[in-house]
Design a protein around this ligand. Sequence first.
Ligand code: COA
Ligand code: ZN
Length: 316
Amino acid sequence: MNFEYKEPLLVQEVASRDGLQIETQWVETADKIALIDGLSACGFTRIEAGSFVSPKAIPALRDGDAVFNGIARREGVIYVALVPKVKGAERALAANADELNLVMSASQTHNRANMRMSCELSLAGFGDIVRLVDGIQHAKVSLNATVATAFGCPFEGRIDEDRVVSIARAYREMGIAGITLADTTGMANPRQVARLVSRVLEHVSAADLTLHFHNTRGLGLANVLAAYDAGARRFDAALGGLGGCPFAPGASGNICTEDLVNMCDEMGIPTGVDLQKLIALSRTLPALVGHEVSGQVAKAGRNCDLHPVPEYVLTI
Ligand code: COA
Ligand code: ZN
C-alpha cells in the first residue's frame, strides 16, 4: 500500500469549456474572459478556454474567437480549444489557441448524437486536422485527442476496453501526442478506472495522459484516486463542478476543481493551485450562471478555515 503521495497532480481547468457549454443563461464574453483570467491567476498551467464547434450545437460558446482574443495570456499557461472538425481547427488556430483538443466518442451512438457523424468520419477529420497543423510552418500548437464515453455510454452502456485502447493507439499513430479518457456521464468506477488506466499507460506516457471525470454518480474523486494510484497524473476539473455534455442524456457536472485541489492539499499531493483564490473565484459562479453550483468546498470552506468556539463551550 502506497501512503506516500508526493508526485504532483496536474489539474487542467475546463470550466470555461465543459463547464459553460451546458448553461442556458448566456454568459457575456467579457465575463468569460474575466473567469479565464481569474483561473490563470490561480496557478493552473492548462486551461481549456473554449470550443470551436457549430454555434447551433453549442450556442453558449459561440463567442470562442472573441474569448481567445480577449484573455490575458499568462506565461506558462497553455490555453486549449476543443474542436471536432477542420472548420473548428481553422477558427481555433486563427484565435491563437495553444493546443487543439479533438473529440470523438468510443460509442458510435454517442458520437452520432454529439458530432452528427460516425466514428470513422470523425477519425478522418482528425487526419485532416493533423495535416493542417503539420502544414503550418513553425506551428507551436500541440494536439490532444479525447476518447469520450470511454467508461460507458448513456445509450449503449458498457464500452469494450479493447476498443478504448485501440482508439488511443490510433490517435497516437496519427501523430497526436496527448490522449484524454473521458467519462462523459459519470459511469466509471474506481476498479474499472485502475484497469483501463494501467492498460493505456502501456502505450501513452503519464505526462501525455489526461483523465476527465464527471461526478454524475458521486464517484468522481474516488475515480481520480484510483487513476492516480494506477499512475495517471493529469486530470480535468471544472470550477464549482460545472459542466456536462448537452448531447448525453442525464449528463451533469465535471469533478469540482476546488474539491479536487482541497483533497490533494489534505493528502499532500502537490498541484501548484492556490485553493483560497480558487474558492473566492468559485463563489462568483452562482451570479454568473444563475443557479447554485454543486461544489462542496466553496460552501464548507477549507479544513483550516476554523469557526469561533461558541460562548457556552468556553464556560464548560
Ligand atoms: N464553427 C462555426 N460554425 C460551424 C462549425 C464551427 N466549428 N462547424 C460547423 N459549423 C456550422 C456550419 O457552417 C453549418 O452552418 P450552416 O447551417 O449555416 O451552413 C452548420 O454549423 C452545420 O455544419 P456541418 O458541418 O454540416 O455540421 P453538422 O450539422 O453535421 O454538425 C458538428 C457537425 C461536429 C459541427 C456539430 O455536431 C458540432 O459542432 N458538435 C459539437 C458538439 C459539442 O461541442 N459537444 C460538446 C463537447 S464534447
Ligand atoms: Zn466532459
